[in-house]
Every structure is written in structure tokens, then in C-alpha cells.
Design a protein around this ligand. Structure first.
Ligand SMILES: [Zn+2]
Length: 169
């Protein structure tokens, strides 16, 4: 797993559709917990940056045209600075504290799309708001989870086929 890949997926997947309507896991206490889980403070400003970053990256993964220009605005003046360690250089994020977590998400996104081109994608279920990183060898994974969307969509296709067969004269 690449650095912060779990953070990236967790943020992209923090607007799940529950009982037919989109929800926001960055809202309220769950937002503070979310930030804390990844080393953030959970301050309102930090959550706001995360929310803006999430919107840009969700749109970018969905192929929305202006997402990348919005992303550079959200990134602001954040930078990576070298720290010399006995193991070599370590790159640390230099950005205002409230923006650091969002910046790390953008870095993770960049790593994933460079290491696994085309493998970060939205779930193929239109009613699902989640994303996946396809690590399968053939690169044909379509669903955020086989257990949820995969089975549901397969059942639907199967039901559709049976119906079509039944309607055939
Ligand atoms: Zn799904």
C-alpha cells in the first residue's frame, strides 16, 4: 500500500449513499474522529480544507474537466521540504497546520494515479458514491466492494436477463 493510500480512499469514500441519500462523514463528531485517525486536529478549518479537497478529487476521478484547476487552488502554497536522515532524504509537508492533512491526501492521489494509472475509479454502481483502487491483475474490478455493489449489480443483471427471457414470445 502506498503512503496515505488508506487516507485517500477514506476521504474519497466519506460521502456514502445511505438509504438513498448522500451523507457526509466529515460532518459533526465523525469529522473530528476522521481527522484524528489520520493525525489531524479536526479543527473546523481543517475539515473545511478536507471537504474542498474531497470535492476536487472526487470530481477529478470522475473525469470532470475543471477539477484539476480547482485542485491547484485548493493546494495553495503547500510544499514538500527535505529532511536529511541517516536513511536519506525524507520529504515533509510544509503547509499551514489546517491544510496539511488535505495536502497529504493530494499527494496520495498523485502517487496512486502515477503508480496505478487508470486503477483509481468510481464504483460502477450508479447509485453508489464510493471509489476503488483496482489492484487485480487484469484490472477489471468495477465495484467498491464485491459483497455490496458487486452482488447487487449481478443480481440485477441476472433478474433483467430472466425477465427478458420470460417476455420473449
Ligand atoms: Zn459501490
Amino acid at each position: 500500500m502506498l503512503e496515505d493510500e488508506d487516507l485517500l480512499l477514506a476521504l474519497l469514500n466519506s460521502t456514502p449513499v445511505v438509504a438513498g441519500s448522500p451523507t457526509d462523514e466529515l460532518a459533526g463528531a465523525s469529522g473530528v474522529e476522521f481527522a484524528a485517525r489520520y493525525g489531524g486536529t479536526g479543527s473546523p478549518a481543517e475539515l473545511e480544507h478536507l471537504r474542498r479537497m474531497r470535492e476536487c478529487l472526487q470530481d477529478a476521478v470522475r473525469g470532470c474537466n475543471d477539477a484539476l484547476s480547482r485542485l491547484s487552488t485548493v493546494l495553495g502554497d503547500g510544499a514538500l521540504v527535505p529532511r536529511v536522515t541517516p536513511q536519506g532524504l525524507r520529504w515533509e509537508v510544509r503547509a499551514p497546520e489546517d491544510e496539511r492533512l488535505a495536502f497529504r491526501v493530494a499527494l496520495a492521489w498523485s502517487r496512486v494515479i502515477q503508480e496505478f494509472p487508470g486503477r483509481l475509479r468510481p464504483c460502477a454502481n450508479n447509485e453508489c458514491n464510493l471509489f476503488l483502487i483496482d489492484r487485480s491483475r487484469p484490472g477489471t474490478a468495477k465495484w467498491c466492494s464485491m459483497a455490496v455493489c458487486g452482488n447487487r449489480m449481478k443480481a440485477r443483471t441476472h433478474a433483467g436477463r430472466q425477465r427478458a427471457a420470460a417476455e420473449r414470445p
